[in-house]
Design a protein around this ligand. Sequence first.
Ligand code: ATP
Length: 550
Amino acid sequence: MEMEKLVSLCRRRGFLFQSSEIYGGLNGFWDYGPLGVELKRNLKDAWWRDMVAAHDDLTTHAGAPGAYEMTGLDCTIIMHPQVWKVSGHYDLFADVLVECKESKKRYRYDQVRCRWIDGTGMHLPGSDQQYATEQVKYLIATVAENEAEDLEKRAMKLLKVRSKDKDSLKWIDGVTTLDQIDTQDFDKVFAPEATKLGTFGEPRDFNLMFESHAGALQSEDNKVFLRPETAQGIFVNFKNVTDSSRVKVPFGIAQVGKSFRNEITPRNFTFRSREFEQMEIEFFCHPSQSQDWYKYWRDRRMAWWQSLGLSGKNLILRDHHPDELSHYSTGTADIEYAFPFLPEGEYGELEGIAHRGDFDLRSHMEGKLDPNSCPLTVQLGEDGKPVHRGSGRDLTYRDDITNERFTPHVIEPSAGADRGALALLCEAYHEDTAPDDKGQDQTRVVMRFHPRIAPVKAAVFPLVKKDGMPEIAQDLYRALKKKFPAFYDEKGAVGRRYRRQDEAGTPYCLTVDGQSVQDQTVTLRDRDTLEQVRMKLDDVVEEIERRVTG
Ligand code: ATP
């Protein structure tokens, strides 16, 4: 499917609009239109229902090490600035930005996760030599800019990234394996290149957090940040939740909400936006069981996306290579989707599931202490203690039964609602043929959403605007509307009305015709099979409800 077709359908039918479009739009910001808002809400509702509201605390679910509880939170977007200092975002959520003067391409180094990414955030592609070349050029440019830099450290960083992609080493003369590049080679291979390639602008630090001020005066003292993730609100409320409810480890806290990142290069429709929504769970468990819980969540989350229709080869679960892991993580997997704007064989992240150890709770207690963490993480004050101290509060947990006190380990499934909605849109888009009013086959665009997430569940049409048909159809429409979004349409040829609903992804169309007036039956048309069955008017609401929930 060509992405342009989907983008144009989204605008034409009211799934997505560019924010502030009448003023020329604002890069990286998107509005959901009448159909889009229902789609995204259905996605978030399905997540909340399946992960939290309908979760059965008493049963051990398949693949889980035991039963567990789930609860929710809704935290503020603006939090105490110290939260971001301790979480590392204040110091580390800065991208090193460099722009190639020729291509104007921008590159950034994600210091929180210690990895190189381009503007799209895609993983280093398997065989894209050009990309690998650009990565190296970027590194060289950075080194060339600052000769005082520790070359060896930089070379190691490079090798770390490139070890994911041994094939791409081939572009360097004669070098085909990682072993052939050691730190001495770095000078030999890269330094001459560095002189040749003076085409990059100066690397600059660029923090991704949006800033504002709380209060009338704008000073350093009242500077605040829009949250770049929802997770921290959960960590800082860990004690509040355990003290105020009866939850016991293992348990999870879920939150859905807006996050903001001043992305250097927003692009690919809503995939990389500056304002987006996340659906995050922080799952707290005993350290000895954490690996089992990690595996459980990884598989559970993959199965959940599949249950919404992202099945098949477009969706993959990718375990991170040990080199790719954040310093605190012993396991991370991404659920990735083959978005159509990516080259063949490449996937973009929809959700990350990370084993975060006790890193977050410990940081909020003690501040940043881990000397082996990412470069720049630890800032020591004159007293030799970390500058970014934690809250000093006790965020450990005592097991009532064993009396053991420990800092829980955390498994974090972190999904994007916008990337999720985009994947569902991409997956749904189909072109096929269907007969028109004269029985001639015509090309149709049909959005094959899973009924559970389809924006409108059913549309009701009177065949003609007379003979009592509109009255019956309107009553049916009102009855459906009490349960879920439904649509009434009496204008134009019925084939055209079907076609409009196909584009909106409405799974069922109900038509009231002459026979309906006689025997109180209607036809139910299935969007995908085009099959039409006649059913009793009285059974319609219950039948549609059964089909669209669950
Ligand atoms: P990327 O590597 O693509 O920048 P990330 O690894 O930084 O993503 P996380 O911090 O793990 O992303 O955030 C969790 C989820 O939030 C992602 O899987 C994604 O679905 C969503 N997300 C993150 N950044 C954006 C963004 N700029 N626009 C839309 N969704 C985003």
